[in-house]
Design a protein around this ligand. Structure first.
Ligand SMILES: Cc1cc2nc3c(=O)[nH]c(=O)nc-3n(C[C@H](O)[C@H](O)[C@H](O)COP(=O)(O)OP(=O)(O)OC[C@H]3O[C@@H](n4cnc5c(N)ncnc54)[C@H](O)[C@@H]3O)c2cc1C
Length: 439
């Protein structure tokens, strides 16, 4: 049956699946439940229609436990959905938990506290300027309207679920005037990385929108783990609604005969299994920066460059979306970095979050002439729904983070600022989580 099913999946992906080939959804039994808590993550028996044997089910199935996936899971759970996160690696975190520790936002509590006036409209203008036509207007608008509140949300999660402050509010010594705007000197807040000078904005007047998490316990250089910690602990605190499975890779989507995504095929300890998604599937597998096959196809000039994202991010999610007709955009855009970099993290997270090139002391070396994020991926609308090549919604499929090509990252060379990646992933992750929960 498995063999036959795989062929059907392929046909669905090729847009050839007819009504007679549909996978029945009726009669899924949760009688054989193996889930730890609650009904909705139950292991199911053979589908009554004889079409498919679902190993598990949840309202929302999230692919990838990184920035976008974690935000989706929390938001979906907080809107009443049961959630199953499928993570390829043995530990959560993805690239986010080993990032520099920055998140971008406008109109945040931190900005207000430190005396900076900022607004969603100003962020919208900034994104449209940086991206110079590459970012759809509806993406910039949805992002600008939410990014400030999302920084506050992360800080609230930190207060509720961790015993440490997420941001350092104290002004750094020598900080400059607050209300006039400054590129630095305000503790956790600065305008690092953004290419403001290109657009006629001086360092003195650039609004600081990059919020850096505080590295704990000591001020080690990079605070990606600390930035991810609130999401991780919030998920742990919602264990009755959110289950995570590790060492399990998403392979392809399962569709019904109407072309809706109704589940996923995964490969894990039990071999090939199928997971049913009652309300939606979230594609959040982190893009294709580390995938040579995808690099060759879409960004040939980057082949051979070291990718500093998680080595798990090889483009499997985007590829599976291509197979069901998802539209792609900005596939040739990526963020090149000329200089060698060294990242250093607090070691207490070594066995908690996934690390790929990190040594026992928490150092990660990235050589010169490397490649950071790939910017290409699927096209989404302002509800984070994935669109097909005709511009129509693929029912049941949502995406956020580096799997998404319609993003705020700007044209290569027009970087909107440190923290834009995590901020974008969290923004559309939360949108998707809420949308799926109410579907
Ligand atoms: C060293 C470094 C520094 C950075 N600094 C910053 C910064 O300071 N601020 C900022 O905004 N951005 C930064 N970034 C970028 C940022 O971390 C990423 O862009 C962001 O995490 C993307 O979010 P995501 O959810 O798309 O991917 P990720 O956070 O990488 O999560 C993707 C997850 O999907 C999993 N996955 C992959 N394939 C599969 C599969 N087939 N099945 C199941 N799971 C799968 C991965 O294992 C991973 O856990 C940095 C990145 C790195 C590596």
């Amino acid at each position: 049956m498995e063999k036959e099913f795989s062929r059907r999946s392929f046909l669905a992906g090729a847009g050839l699946l007819g009504a007679t080939m549909g996978f029945g959804l009726v009669g899924c039994s949760s009688a054989d439940s193996a889930a730890p808590e609650g009904d909705s993550l139950a292991t199911t028996g053979e589908d009554a229609a004889g079409g498919i044997e679902w190993a598990r089910e949840a309202d929302v199935v999230v692919l990838g436990y990184g920035a976008a996936g974690a935000a989706t899971a929390i938001e979906a759970a907080d809107n009443g959905a049961s959630v199953l996160i499928v993570e390829k690696e043995a530990l959560p975190g993805g690239s986010m938990a080993r990032c520099g520790g920055a998140i971008m936002g406008a109109g945040t509590r931190v900005q207000k506290e430190l005396g900076y006036e900022d607004a969603a409209d100003d962020m919208y203008d900034w994104i449209m300027t940086c991206t110079d036509g590459a970012c759809p207007d509806y993406i910039a608008r949805a992002y600008a309207d939410r990014c400030g509140a999302n920084v506050d949300w992360l800080e609230d999660l930190s207060k509720e679920h961790t015993d440490q402050d997420l941001f350092e509010y104290a002004r750094a010594a020598g900080g400059s005037g607050a209300t006039s705007g400054s590129s630095g000197g305000a503790g956790c807040l600065d305008a690092t990385g953004c290419d403001y000078e290109k657009f006629g904005i001086s360092k003195a007047t650039a609004l600081p929108r990059t919020h850096w998490a505080k590295a704990m316990p000591d001020n080690t250089a990079n605070s990606g783990p600390e930035l991810f910690l609130p999401l991780y602990e919030a998920i742990n605190a919602r264990a009755e609604q959110i289950e995570s499975i590790f060492d399990t890779a998403f392979v392809r989507f399962v569709m019904d005969d109407e072309g809706a995504v109704i589940g996923v095929e995964v490969e894990g300890a039990n071999g090939t299994e199928y997971i049913k998604a009652n309300k939606g599937v979230m594609l959040s597998t982190g893009g294709f920066c580390a995938g040579e096959e995808m690099q060759k196809k879409f960004v040939p000039e980057a082949v051979g460059k070291k990718c500093y994202m998680s080595d798990a991010c090889v483009g499997e999610g985007i590829k599976a979306a291509m197979a069901i007709g998802a539209d792609l955009t900005q596939m040739s855009y990526y963020y090149p970095i000329a200089k060698a970099q060294q990242y250093h993290y607090n070691v207490q997270y070594n066995d908690v979050f996934y690390s790929w090139d990190m040594d026992d002391e928490g150092y990660m070396e990235v050589p010169e002439d490397n490649m950071a994020e790939t910017h290409g991926g699927v096209v989404i609308n302002d509800k984070a729904q994935v669109l097909d090549v005709w511009g129509d919604v693929i029912p049941g499929l949502y995406a956020a983070g580096n799997d998404v090509g319609s993003n705020i990252f700007g044209k290569p060379g027009n970087y909107p600022g440190c923290g834009c990646y995590v901020s974008f992933a969290v923004c559309f992750g939360r949108i998707a989580g809420e949308e799926m929960a109410k579907a």
